[in-house]
Design a protein around this ligand. Structure first.
Ligand SMILES: [Fe+2]
Ligand SMILES: [Fe+2]
Length: 438
């Protein structure tokens, strides 16, 4: 893996900025940054929805090139990788974790048992989708659905686009479980492995499964959205998968999930606040409950990474710096409904992300804030005793944050002059929503 990052080598031109103004984050949600390891799962500051006048654009893809790995080795792909260096397949670095790092991860079993697994909730204590939905066994089920539809009548189309995009992202859960099981040393080797890592992956997935289930059923009952188009998008997205660029490396994987859970917490938290403002308090409760789960999951993934930083600060900061340089790939970036590009001549995910940005649900500034939060939490600037390569990574990622902040500010200014184009979304029966052109 190319660890020798040089933020100073990253050059931004005006044309690059404009071309790359795509959303850095999707999925989406919020929480107050904490500077300690005591991460709150409750604190969340939703923001008021932005409507059509808002022209702020997400931060752009900030880095344009990916250096090729120079080491080519072998992997037997059965969990004993890392012996001979990373493998490179189709230009991607795979199995980049070292044997020493694999041993460190194996030493974390007790930590997982005592500190991470307890963050999961007992099934009997978890909310279930039925807690928030009309009771289909009740004689007044139809009346309950009528009430639900009255509540959702006032949800504006841009809100629905963001809600549906978030729901589709949640529904691609098989992809995310598969992603965790690409990670060397921590994957569930049998599908029912009793290891703490295997149990974590399965039970995290089981908790997450409630999110898409609940959002899907609520959207279906509302009658406000085109479920067939949504279902096609879900099928396409799962079929396409995702590439989080985590190299089968748990160091990278858990930095990725720490970032993503925080992002989804922010997004769902804001859709909760916006739903309440539009008069659907029940939908607000639904999105808030999901955001609460994301907050717990963020806490767990950050705790896993806390321990990696404690055991191997050099390896951890190299992984963190490299992930930030490559940028966090959004989980639904390969979504397609088979018609958006034909109808509008643009990419569905980018347009969905632009609406999320314009409504203040998840923005480029959120992306940079998450990066800064994680850097403070892991005390990147204060790490001592690092290897020369890690010291370089430590310096580079701090420079990168400064550049990202500057670019985000510049993009916000540029976007104020960008045109807004009415854009059809199949998810809402091809009604049009304004999208800022980049
Ligand atoms: Fe989720
Ligand atoms: Fe999540």
């Amino acid at each position: 893996m190319p660890y020798g990052l040089r933020a100073s080598a990253v050059k931004f031109t005006q044309s690059e900025t404009q071309r790359e103004m795509t959303m850095l984050g999707l999925g989406t949600v919020l929480q107050r940054p904490s500077t300690s390891s005591n991460i709150s799962t409750q604190t969340f500051s939703p923001r008021a929805p932005r409507r059509l006048a808002c022209r702020v654009q997400p931060c752009a893809a900030l880095v344009t090139d990916t250096p090729r790995p120079k080491i080519i080795g072998n992997s037997n792909g059965n969990g004993t990788v890392g012996q001979n260096g990373p493998t490179i397949i189709d230009g991607q670095t795979l199995h980049s974790i070292s044997s020493h790092q694999l041993d460190l991860l194996r030493s974390m079993d007790k930590y997982m048992e005592s500190t991470v697994l307890p963050i999961l909730k007992d099934v009997n204590l978890c909310w279930q989708p039925t807690d928030f939905l009309p009771d289909s066994s009740s004689p007044d089920f139809a009346d309950q659905v009528v009430e639900l539809r009255k509540r959702t009548d006032n949800l504006p189309d841009d809100y629905l686009v963001v809600l549906v995009g978030d729901m589709i992202t949640e529904e691609a859960l098989p992809t995310y479980m598969a992603m965790l099981n690409t990670l060397d040393g921590v994957r569930d080797e049998t599908g029912a492995a009793p290891t703490p890592w295997g149990r974590w992956t399965r039970q995290w997935t089981a908790e997450e499964n409630r999110h898409g289930d609940l959002m899907n059923k609520y959207c279906y009952l509302s009658g406000r959205v085109n479920m067939k188009a949504i279902e096609k998008t879900i099928q396409n997205l799962i079929g396409s998968g995702m590439d989080p660029k985590t190299q089968n490396n748990p160091y990278y994987g858990f930095i990725y999930t720490s970032f993503q859970e925080r992002a989804t917490k922010i997004s769902h938290g804001n859709t909760a606040a916006h739903a309440a403002e539009y008069g659907d308090k029940q939908l607000g409760r639904i999105c808030a409950a999901i955001a609460g789960d994301e907050a717990r999951h963020e806490k767990a993934y950050i705790k896993i990474t806390d321990e990696i930083f404690r055991l191997d600060p050099s390896g951890a900061v190299i992984a963190f710096s490299d992930m930030m340089r490559k940028q966090i790939v959004m989980p639904a970036h390969l979504m397609s409904d088979n018609e958006h590009s034909t109808n509008n001549g643009r990419n569905l995910f980018k347009d969905f992300s632009a609406v999320a940005q314009a409504t203040g649900t998840y923005t480029g500034k959120d992306y940079v804030d998450i990066m800064e939060f994680l850097m403070k939490h892991w005390k990147i600037a204060e790490l001592q005793g690092l290897s020369p390569q890690a010291q370089k990574a430590q310096e580079d990622v701090q420079s990168l944050l400064t550049k990202f902040k500057r670019l985000t500010d510049r993009q916000e200014r540029i976007m104020k002059s960008k045109p807004v184009v009415q854009t059809q979304f199949s998810w809402i029966f091809n009604r049009e929503v304004p999208v800022i052109m980049v």
